[in-house]
Each structure stands twice: as structure tokens, then as C-alpha cells.
Design a protein around this ligand. Structure first.
Ligand SMILES: *[C@@H]1O[C@H](CO)[C@@H](O)[C@H](O)[C@H]1NC(C)=O
Ligand SMILES: *[C@@H]1O[C@H](CO)[C@@H](O)[C@H](O)[C@H]1NC(C)=O
Length: 276
């Protein structure tokens, strides 16, 4: 019995800590500190099935999707595409416009090198990519030639011998952009941004996030659909018709004044910007 217990004690935290996924596909605040579902305008495919909106941020409820030992043979997306059933009134599909910056949110699950709480030697990050799918069918798998890279969102420094100050300075590129990581290493919010290319064909597209944490751990993916419009005016008309706000996203550091790590002039952007 004892070896088994020891094995579980060692293995379970590692398993629990291994995952991440995209929670929001059109978040209104770039580089933000704390998750607020009121700032999320659109959700990934099948978000409602896994209670992504009203459940605790950082709790996967089976939403995480890791490609198995043969990633080239594993379904790319958690659930097959069905735009009628995989989006709901509470977890609607995104609408973007050409040239728009898009903010995505994800839980950190212990994978940020911030020396105030995590030894940077023990963190690893390898690849953070956004794809758009060529055509209307779900691609089979991660090797599909239907996947077109939209943006490489980069990686932040980690590992041995890096300046500790770099690990505690935000914003950061890639997965580790989570300023309040040390308050809740498992469930803190990280934000990514990527830009819709000007030469993307307007229309409905499937987007895919792919994260390789360690070369020894298989990739994680999240899939979502979005209606891409040629102009912001058209995008706004679409969101207005579906009862959504049409504000453009803001940057946390542009609307707040931070002194010694504290917000000195707190405003509530949800009240002032979304309804204002
Ligand atoms: C970080 O981890 C490495 C390897 O496990 C260790 O050598 C080093 O002393 C640790 N640093 C701190 C500050 O704990
Ligand atoms: C957007 O993300 C990239 C990394 O992918 C980063 O370099 C850039 O600074 C971010 N832009 C803003 C405005 O935060």
C-alpha cells in the first residue's frame, strides 16, 4: 500500500497542475489582473457544457483538451463543431473585425515563473500559437494542413539564471502574462492578445489555440468559432443586434494608475465603460 500512496502523493499535484484552456474568446480588458465574467463578450465552443461562464475560473470541469500520445491522431477539438448547439444565449460566439486586437483569458495552473512564489527553474513553456482553419470542416488533428498560423504569441523567460526582476515584471508575452499569479497560482487569470490579420477573408471561421508547455507533454488545444467582419462598423452592428456591448477593449495599465503595486484611482470599467 505504501508505495502506491507515495506514488499518488507525488503524481496527483503534477497531474492537477498540468492543464490550461481558453475561457473567453473576446475579453474586454488587455493585461488585466482579475477575471470578471462581465468583461467576457464571447466564449469558446462548448463552453456552456463545462460551465465556463458561471463556474469558478480555473476549474476545468472536463473542458481541458490535451492531445494524447499520438497528437496527430487525436481529435483537434474537445467536441465536434456544431454552431447551433455548442453556443448558447449565455455563452455566445465571438465577432471580430479585420485588424482588431483580440484578448483571450486562461487559468495559469502553476505554470508562471514569478520568483515571488514559484522557482523559475521549475517552469517551462514551449509554444503558444493561434490558428485559423481553412474551410468550414473541423480539421482532423494537429497535423492538418487546414491549420493556418495567425499569430505566435511568444513565451516569457523562465528557467535557471534569469534575472528575478524579469520574472516579476508585467505585462509579459505568452502564457505567463498573469500579474496576480502569486495570489492564486492555480487559478489566476492570464491574458493573451492576438490580431486579426487584415487579409483574412470575412465570414465565419474556426480558431484554435495550441499550447505546448513542455516538449514532453502533449499539446493542449481550445477551439472556437467567430464571425469576422470587414469593418468595426459591421462588427458593432452585429453585436448591437445580439444585445452585446460594442466597446473596444481597453488596456488595464492605460485606465489605471498603479503606484507601488496598488491601483490609486480605482474605477470600475464594467460600469463606466460597458454601460457608459
Ligand atoms: C530553484 O530550483 C533549483 C533546482 O531545483 C535549485 O537549485 C535552486 O536553489 C532553487 N532556487 C530557489 C531560490 O529556491
Ligand atoms: C500583445 O501580445 C504580445 C505577445 O504576443 C506582446 O508582445 C504585446 O506587448 C501585447 N500587446 C499589448 C498591447 O499588450
Amino acid at each position: 500500500m505504501r508505495p502506491l500512496i507515495l506514488f499518488l502523493a507525488l503524481a496527483l499535484p503534477a497531474l492537477a497542475a498540468a492543464h490550461s484552456w481558453i475561457v473567453c474568446t473576446d475579453y474586454l480588458e488587455n493585461n488585466g489582473w482579475y477575471w470578471d465574467e462581465a468583461k467576457c463578450r464571447a466564449w469558446p465552443r462548448s463552453a456552456a457544457r463545462h460551465d465556463m461562464r458561471f463556474g469558478k475560473f480555473g476549474n476545468s470541469r472536463g473542458f481541458t483538451h490535451r492531445l494524447d500520445n499520438h497528437p496527430e491522431e487525436t481529435a483537434l477539438c474537445k467536441h465536434p463543431r456544431n454552431d447551433d448547439t455548442e453556443y448558447t444565449d449565455f455563452t455566445p460566439m465571438a465577432a471580430y473585425y479585420l485588424g482588431q486586437k483580440v484578448v483571450l483569458t486562461h487559468p495559469t495552473n502553476n505554470h508562471v515563473a514569478d520568483v515571488r512564489c514559484t522557482n523559475s527553474t521549475n517552469v517551462i513553456d514551449t509554444e503558444n500559437l493561434i490558428f485559423v482553419v481553412d474551410g468550414d470542416e473541423d480539421p482532423c488533428c494537429i497535423d492538418s494542413d487546414k491549420l493556418i498560423v495567425v499569430e505566435d504569441m511568444g513565451i516569457s523567460p523562465f528557467g535557471r539564471n534569469i534575472d528575478p526582476v524579469i520574472t516579476t515584471t508585467y505585462p509579459k508575452p505568452g502564457f505567463q502574462n498573469a500579474p496576480k499569479y502569486c495570489e492564486d497560482e492555480g487559478n489566476a487569470m492570464g491574458t493573451y492578445n492576438f490580431t486579426i490579420p487584415m487579409d483574412m477573408k470575412p465570414g465565419r471561421h474556426t480558431f484554435v489555440w495550441k499550447w505546448i508547455r513542455s516538449p514532453r507533454v502533449n499539446p493542449f488545444t481550445t477551439c472556437w468559432e467567430a464571425d469576422v467582419f470587414a469593418t468595426k462598423v459591421q462588427r458593432d452592428a452585429h453585436y448591437a443586434a445580439t444585445g452585446q456591448t460594442t466597446v473596444d477593449l481597453w488596456d488595464f495599465y492605460q485606465i489605471n494608475t498603479i503606484v507601488d503595486g496598488e491601483i490609486v484611482d480605482p474605477i470600475d470599467p464594467v460600469d463606466q465603460i460597458i454601460s457608459g
